[in-house]
Design a binder for this molecule. Structure first.
Ligand SMILES: Cc1cc2nc3c(=O)[nH]c(=O)nc-3n(C[C@H](O)[C@H](O)[C@H](O)COP(=O)(O)OP(=O)(O)OC[C@H]3O[C@@H](n4cnc5c(N)ncnc54)[C@H](O)[C@@H]3O)c2cc1C
Length: 494
């Protein structure tokens, strides 16, 4: 493949090559293509294009601006600026099912309306497998934490090694391993966190950077010595950007773009892991010490794990692949009376995962058209008739009653149910089991694990960072991958 030139090039379009992809994707006529190309014959040109302004993309921009270089950076995000991010479900209404769910997209990506926990190594230690350099990962995770701390109040974990050991022993009896790592917590209100992200955004927009919000990158073409990005904005206007280096920090919401690029550039991948499960929600006073051992109570039992404890929080159903999938959110100055946490089975990387994911998706769409399903715990474990709870017993107003076991293939449904029973028996007194609700599905399937090299490059001058790699999740981990990728690009362009 041709070496990308740093120097900006006069753009020459290969009409036939572009036309064939247009035909494939949009079924436009040749006349349409020529008229579309005429509308945007003066593309923006830049040295580095960044697609996605979640923590990974923010990490890249931050580091590139710190370097003493003069190259231009153009950033695209299909979602809005931080001040415009708004989720109807978190505001107690129904999901408006927009393509580009605001929990997942816009400045900050999935981190702005998140659980607000910043976990350090060994969380996301697959980053070390990628970079093969523990020191670099430790250094950049520390820098990522410091970056967020510059904008936000963040509470450090205060637990002692003796307390960690006591928690480990408590759960060990029931076959759960406690997987401890430090989780720092964003302690400010949702509004303050949003303001902090607005500040970040303002600081990163500079003479060298151009930010394009509500602008989706729909396709990327490679010509001899540059890439052309094709974008569409919320007004339906189509534009192009020509660049020498492209960094994709598109996270889960960029799955379709990544899948297309994987085929087009023949990028090496392996199937990703598949996570399926439920979220439990119960009154906060049922298990008030849930966050004492670890802010996220990471327990493992066989294929099953608990994660993302939201004490005083809300369920956060994000809209993805036509389904609402469950995660958690906390506004720490506006706590609810509920605690929720995830409990999922994780299946190892396998080609079968595609099929299993499709089965669960089909079951879900058939059952409720993709609206979260709720069932009382007693009904879920088979001790009572299916019952419908009143609205007051939930942190959100967006769910339908249903049979959660029917969502999953039988053997996984059973494995999951046994783990839920073990967990609830362990932490919740029996007389309060009737106050526990089960919501589903929690479903996580990126589809691919990309074989990135130690600089996150997947093809000449094309890089994939953050959660989109399919290899790790987490706010600090995504940001750290952005820093590391920027460092290698800056070195190349110097
Ligand atoms: C509800 C929820 C709660 C979470 N809570 C926590 C937590 O407490 N702690 C933690 O560490 N992690 C948490 N996570 C996970 C964490 O937020 C993600 O792992 C992290 O944000 C990934 O960062 P990223 O930059 O790789 O991707 P993302 O944050 O997903 O950002 C990707 C960006 O790319 C943009 N994009 C995608 N496709 C395109 C395209 N074609 N064109 C232009 N732009 C595009 C999107 O709009 C988005 O802004 C949570 C996730 C969710 C959904």
């Amino acid at each position: 493949m041709a070496q990308k030139l740093r120097r900006k090039e006069t753009t020459v379009y290969n009409i036939e090559a572009i036309a064939s992809t247009y035909f494939l994707e949009k079924e436009l006529s040749k006349k349409d293509i020529r008229s579309e190309m005429r509308t945007s014959m003066t593309p923006q040109q830049t040295d580095v294009a960044i697609v996605g302004l979640g923590p990974a993309g923010i990490g890249v921009v931050h580091r590139l601006l710190e370097q003493d270089t003069d190259f231009d950076i153009a950033c695209f995000d299909l979602g809005p600026r931080p001040e415009e991010k708004n989720c109807a479900v978190l505001n107690d209404a129904g999901c408006i099912r927009r393509t580009g769910c605001h929990i997942l997209t816009g400045f900050g990506g999935s981190s702005l309306l998140s659980g607000g926990k910043l976990s350090t190594l060994p969380a996301g230690d697959s980053l070390i497998d990628i970079t093969e350099d523990t020191n670099d990962v430790e250094r950049t995770i520390t820098e990522a934490l410091a970056f967020f701390n510059d904008y936000l109040a963040i509470a450090e974990p205060t637990i002692s090694p003796e307390e960690i050991e006591a928690h480990r022993l408590r759960f060990e009896d029931n076959g759960f391993d406690l997987n401890y790592y430090d989780a720092h917590v964003m302690i400010e209100s949702e509004e303050k966190i949003r303001q902090a992200y607005c500040e970040m955004c303002k600081d990163l927009e500079s003479a060298r950077t151009s930010f394009h919000f509500n602008t989706k990158v729909v396709r990327i073409e490679e010509t001899e010595d540059h890439f052309t990005l094709y974008t569409t904005n919320s007004r339906g206007e189509e534009e192009k950007c020509v660049c020498n280096n492209i960094i994709l920090g598109v996270g889960l919401s960029g799955d379709v773009l990544l899948e297309n690029l994987q085929r087009q550039f023949d990028i090496q991948t392996k199937p990703s892991k598949l996570e399926m499960g439920v979220r439990l929600e119960f009154p906060r006073d049922v298990f008030p010490e849930i966050d004492q051992g670890h802010k996220d109570l990471k327990l493992h039992r066989g294929n099953c794990r608990t994660f993302c404890v939201c004490k005083g929080g809300q369920l956060a159903p994000y809209f993805h692949d036509s389904m609402s999938l469950l995660d958690g959110h906390v506004d720490r100055t506006n706590l609810t009376d509920f605690t929720n946490l995830g409990l999922r089975l994780r299946l190892p990387s396998s080609k079968d995962n595609d099929r299993i994911y499709s089965v669960i998706r089909e079951n879900y769409l058939e059952a409720t058209s993709g609206i979260p399903i709720r069932e009382s715990y007693t009904s879920y474990v088979g001790n009572a008739n299916k019952d419908i709870m009143t609205r007051d017993e939930s942190s959100i107003n967006y769910w339908k009653p249903g049979d959660i076991n029917n969502l999953f293939p039988e053997k996984y449904a059973e494995e999951l149910r046994q783990n839920v029973i073990k967990f609830v028996d362990e932490v919740i007194p029996e007389k309060r089991h009737s106050e526990v609700n089960v919501y589903a599905p929690g479903l996580y399937y990126p589809g691919f694990e990309f074989e990135v090299n130690r600089n996150f490059e997947v093809s000449d001058s094309m890089y994939i960072i953050g959660e989109g790699t399919g290899q790790f999740r987490g706010i600090l981990q995504a940001f750290s991958s952005g820093l590391l990728c920027a460092e290698s690009i800056a070195e190349k362009l110097q």
